[in-house]
Design a binder for this molecule. Sequence first.
Ligand code: 5GP
Ligand code: ZN
Length: 115
Amino acid sequence: MENCIFCKIISGKIPSKVVYEDEEVFAFHDINPIAPVHILIIPRKHISTINDIGPEHRDLMGRLALVSKELARQHNIDERGYRLVINCGEEGGQEVQHLHAHLLGGRPLGGVASN
Ligand code: 5GP
Ligand code: ZN
């Protein structure tokens, strides 16, 4: 997708601090972290929102979860706990229209889905 920031990050046109990549999944540090660990885990393939996934993405979404928990372990937040968030659409607070999971941790995160 030409005008997608995250597609440009995957292709290297926009620099990022990459923490993981394989043939399907890409992960990098959020530019504006709201917690000591704030990593974005995204599919290489452009999918706009979680509304756009179907049964054909079952394996991809499983990989996203597996990569996320592995990154939590590597960043030493697996035992303490962390949050994995996927925002969807306007009221869900999604600003970038390329499906992504936020891995947040390293501080107490408060009540249900709060910052
Ligand atoms: P959303 O609000 O869509 O769930 O989250 C988008 C996230 O992408 C935000 O946390 C924002 O800080 C991050 N972000 C936006 N533009 C860039 C960028 O160019 N580089 C990086 N590393 N993160 C970005
Ligand atoms: Zn994209």
